[in-house]
Design a binder for this molecule. Sequence first.
Ligand SMILES: CCCO[C@@H]1O[C@H](CO)[C@@H](O[C@@H]2O[C@H](CO)[C@H](O)[C@H](OCc3cn(Cc4cccc(C#CCN)c4)nn3)[C@H]2O)[C@H](O)[C@H]1NC(C)=O
Length: 135
Amino acid sequence: CGMVLTHLNVHPGECIAVKGTVPPDAKSFALNMGRAGSDLALHFNPRFESHGDTCIIICNSLQGGEWGEEQREPDFPFQLGQDAKICISFNDQELTVAVALPGEQQLKFPNRLGLEAIEFFSVEGDFRVKSIKFK
Ligand SMILES: CCCO[C@@H]1O[C@H](CO)[C@@H](O[C@@H]2O[C@H](CO)[C@H](O)[C@H](OCc3cn(Cc4cccc(C#CCN)c4)nn3)[C@H]2O)[C@H](O)[C@H]1NC(C)=O
């Protein structure tokens, strides 16, 4: 039900810079990127309190509607009620998510799909997007 961007044609070396705010009562949000909604190279899902998880980032891929193996990252830079700045880039090996606010953290996830361009980008759940820049 959140924002969906398509036909983006983002290539390796470029980045998607998302700025926004985490509501004070946030439970979970997700940034999804790949070829389409059912073909995601990365589902980046910070969980404040959701699915029995507390303050952990879940990363996964979705291929033909099937989830891959989760990568669970306990280093959790997000804070309720705070702004966040997230830059996503990728190459043939991996996707990189750099969280520049709050704190500084980089998270890598394997490019399981062999994605050559990010066409699809969506934001779901408890994250209020203020700006998206393509650099
Ligand atoms: C222990 C045995 C069982 O293991 C569990 O099995 C579950 C089902 O597979 C996994 O959970 C799935 O995990 C997948 C990643 O892998 C996905 O996140 C998927 O969600 C897709 C999805 C996306 N959206 C939209 C959206 C997104 C974010 C915010 C909101 C909101 C809001 C207003 N507060 C809405 N809705 N559903 C989730 O359901 C658990 O992690 C996993 N847990 C462990 C420990 O392993």
